[in-house]
Design a binder for this molecule. Structure first.
Ligand code: SF4
Length: 728
């Protein structure tokens, strides 16, 4: 397969901050050279931009789909360059088995599947069924996420399945479920952003992570709407804002409580809404009374005046939206932080009203659908709880097994990794759609745990850092080579169509799961000829659940997608939730009192700065794909630390030099870039690289007690001139 360089947009290399506008621009028409095209969606983030995969004399390329309402033809540089990974020379094209000499050697599919079945059977015979674990990913299609959950419980009979969405969405999911009774990232279409009069956007650099979304913020501002961005960095998104709140990492609950304190003090809460649609506000009112602006300035670093003005701006605008992202969520207080922002949105009276309310911007491609259909440790399809007897009966009937055969809840991601090699712990693992050697916190420890496994099996299309540790690697198909559905950040279920055949020797993930189940003697539960068949079973399994897909068919997804819940084929889907009631027992939304707590790994004299991590415009998640795209690698080829010039002076560091960052878990050396657009007490490091460039070798695995999400976004760090002279 060749690539069409002729249709590459001229701004592909323009990856500077602020280039998001150009990168989000729409292409007017398919290039003349294109002989055929297939409508599909981007393989990367949760915006799931519509695109055409085009085929012409020069090969395969990508253009934006103007008819898809989310991105209206706009794509970012990652989407524009996505076709180049399809025929990348690094593609795995045959299974690999580690030989006695320690090398990964090509093998036949029969040999690889037989080897895995034998090794997993042996581990389970010796240590019990839960000794084999399954680890999934938030970029897997709904069909794969569903089948992976069934594979764990039926083919392997193990309780231990979790996925990398635990690192990404679990705090927002838990908080929304607690407050609203259901977790859907945005309970309204993304276009509502353009209609809001004021938006508080917390811990999201959307202008770089999902640039086409900025068209909605642009329209909002053209209408005279206001945008407040809370972030320790003055990001390109914060540059866009009416007002930037440069909060200290780890101080979100104090900031949200401080804003609500001002609303209560000044009589600006929506009393009617609180009375008619919510419960438990009194305790929240009592708690936020302790967050007066002067104290909040000390806790957050946000000037008192800015806090008061922001609260009044939100209270006096008509339609107000509060949006969070990974900034407040990826903390040991992630659920409480999110609840504190939900309290604010509820007190403003907008949840369930047009162009108002609370939402969270999902990150991974299927960050929404991937958390609904059973690849979480405590979950069954349709957002059902695995400890609910009725849910177990329903799903068991669909699967054709007794309910008693479905294991109980297993360990969540970090606990699962931590258990490797311990008594009653995990001894073997099957990983699909995740590069946890790069994406999990405290990476040195994670790598040691992965090496301690009796058997690691990884399905991937490249030899990722995790796959390179495996005993068996299975080559899998990419997004354009298989059918499937995704659920974007709005809760809109869309269809990603197969446009190309996988390379010879490569199987789709669904085929891999079915073949492996057959090798384990469970063929009868995995007789699926095509992704559509899996989706049909998912529809039945989700029927009656919170995330009900039973009314969604592949045919209905041919246009703009369908919002869940959709309980019947004649149901129009549900773009907006909570208009009348909330799916809680009282039918009301619940306030939750939240108290600010310091980060689990707080600063001291030895580690006087905060380290925070995040994404860059040029890369997606662990970088397995985007680091292999020449243009993206050229734009951002290594992890670069951002630091304030005043901080650098205090540490005898210079712009462009190398800095050693040391946390309580390890040291890494990186190139340093000085910028006044970051707090003096904070350094930023992107997390798209592995090995010596890994940010997550430094991050903390402290967990939120409710969601068990790790604290990626804040830990204590020391900075010093690097002693090594060689770039990593
Ligand atoms: Fe759209 Fe996200 Fe893909 Fe960029 S990475 S093109 S924002 S879906």
């Amino acid at each position: 397969m060749r690539l069409i360089r002729a249709i590459e947009p001229p701004f592909i290399k323009d990856l500077r901050p602020g280039a998001h506008l150009a990168a989000g621009a729409a292409v007017e028409q398919l290039p003349a050279a294109v002989s055929s095209s297939a409508a599909t969606h981007c393989p990367y983030c949760a915006l799931q931009c519509g695109m055409h995969l085009t085929d012409g004399p020069a090969g395969v390329g990508v253009v934006g789909n103007q008819k898809f309402p989310v991105n209206e033809g706009g794509l970012c540089v990652k989407g524009w360059s996505a076709a180049s990974i399809l025929d990348h020379p690094d593609r795995l094209r045959a299974p690999l088995i580690r030989s006695p000499s320690g090398r990964l050697e090509p093998a036949t599919w029969d040999a690889a599947l037989g080897h895995i079945a034998s090794r997993f059977n042996d581990v389970q015979r010796r240590y019990g069924p839960d000794a084999v674990a399954v680890f999934g990913g938030g970029s897997l299609t709904n069909e794969k996420a569903y089948l992976l959950g069934k594979f764990a419980r039926v083919a392997l009979a193990t309780a231990n399945i979790d996925y990398n969405g635990r690192f990404c969405m679990s705090s927002a999911a838990a908080a929304q479920s607690m407050a609203f009774g259901v977790d859907r990232g945005l309970p309204f279409p993304i276009a509502d952003i353009a209609e809001a009069d004021a938006i508080l956007l917390v811990g999201s650099n959307a202008a770089e992570t999902m640039p086409p979304i900025m068209r909605y913020f642009e329209r909002q501002q053209e209408r005279g709407g206001k945008l407040i961005v809370a972030d320790p960095r003055r990001t390109p998104t914060a540059e866009w804002a009416t007002c930037h709140l440069p909060l200290r990492p780890g101080s979100d609950a104090a900031l949200a409580n401080g804003l609500l304190h001002v609303l209560v003090r000044d009589g600006l809460v929506d009393q009617d809404y609180i009375r008619d649609r919510t419960e438990d506000f009194d305790e929240v009112r009592r708690v936020v009374a302790g967050y007066w602006p002067e104290r909040v300035e000390k806790l957050t670093g946000v000037p008192e005046r800015l806090l008061i003005d922001s609260a009044r701006l939100l209270a006096t605008a008509g339609r107000v939206m509060v949006l969070t992202a990974r900034g407040p969520e990826q903390q040991a207080q992630g659920v409480n932080n999110t609840l504190a922002y939900i309290n604010l949105a509820l007190a403003l009276g907008g949840v369930g009203k047009p162009a108002s309310g609370f939402g969270t911007l999902t990150g991974q491609g299927n960050g929404q659908g991937g958390r609904e259909h059973g690849q979480k440790a405590d979950q069954l399809p349709g957002y059902r709880r695995i400890d609910d007897p009725a849910a177990r009966e329903h799903v068991a009937a669909v699967w054709g097994v007794p309910a008693s055969a479905i294991p109980a809840a297993g360990r969540s991601a970090c606990r699962l990794l931590e258990s490797i090699g311990t008594d009653n712990g995990v001894r073997a693992m099957f990983v699909m759609g995740s590069n946890l050697a790069v994406s999990a916190p405290d990476g040195n420890r994670v790598e040691a745990r992965l090496r301690a496994l009796d058997c690691l099996v990884v399905a991937d299309f490249f030899l990722s850092e995790t796959a390179s540790l495996a005993e068996v690697v299975l080559p899998s198909a990419q997004w354009a080579e298989e059918d499937g559905t995704m659920t974007n950040l709005e809760g809109r279920v869309i269809r990603r169509c197969r446009a190309l055949d996988p390379p010879a020797g490569v199987k789709t993930d669904l085929d891999i799961l079915c073949a492996l189940a057959a090798a384990l003697g469970k063929r009868q539960y995995f007789n699926f000829a095509a992704p559509r068949d899996v989706f049909e079973e998912l529809r039945r399994a989700s029927a009656g659940g919170l995330a009900d897909y039973s009314g969604i068919t592949y045919e209905r997804l041919e246009a703009d997608g369908v919002f869940w819940p959709c309980p019947s084929v004649d149901h129009p889907g549900t773009p907006r939730l909570f208009a009348e009631t909330f799916p809680t027992r009282s039918r009301r939304a619940r306030f939750h009192p939240v108290v600010h707590q310091t980060p689990a790994d707080d600063r001291d004299a030895d580690h006087p700065l905060y380290l925070t991590t995040g994404r860059l415009l040029a890369h997606y998640q662990s970088g397995t794909q985007t680091r292999r795209v020449a243009e993206l690698h050229e734009a951002a080829g290594e992890a670069v630390v951002e630091m304030h010039p005043a901080t650098a002076r205090r540490h005898a560091l210079a712009d462009g030099g190398r800095v050693a960052l040391t946390t309580r878990r390890g040291t890494g050396t990186f190139v340093l870039r000085l910028t006044p657009a970051i707090r003096e007490d904070t350094v930023f490091l992107p997390f798209h690289w592995g090995g010596a460039q890994s940010a997550n070798r430094l991050t903390s695995a402290a967990l939120d007690p409710t969601s068990e999400m790790p604290e990626f976004k804040v830990c204590a760090v020391r900075a010093a001139p690097a002693q090594d002279s060689n770039p990593a």
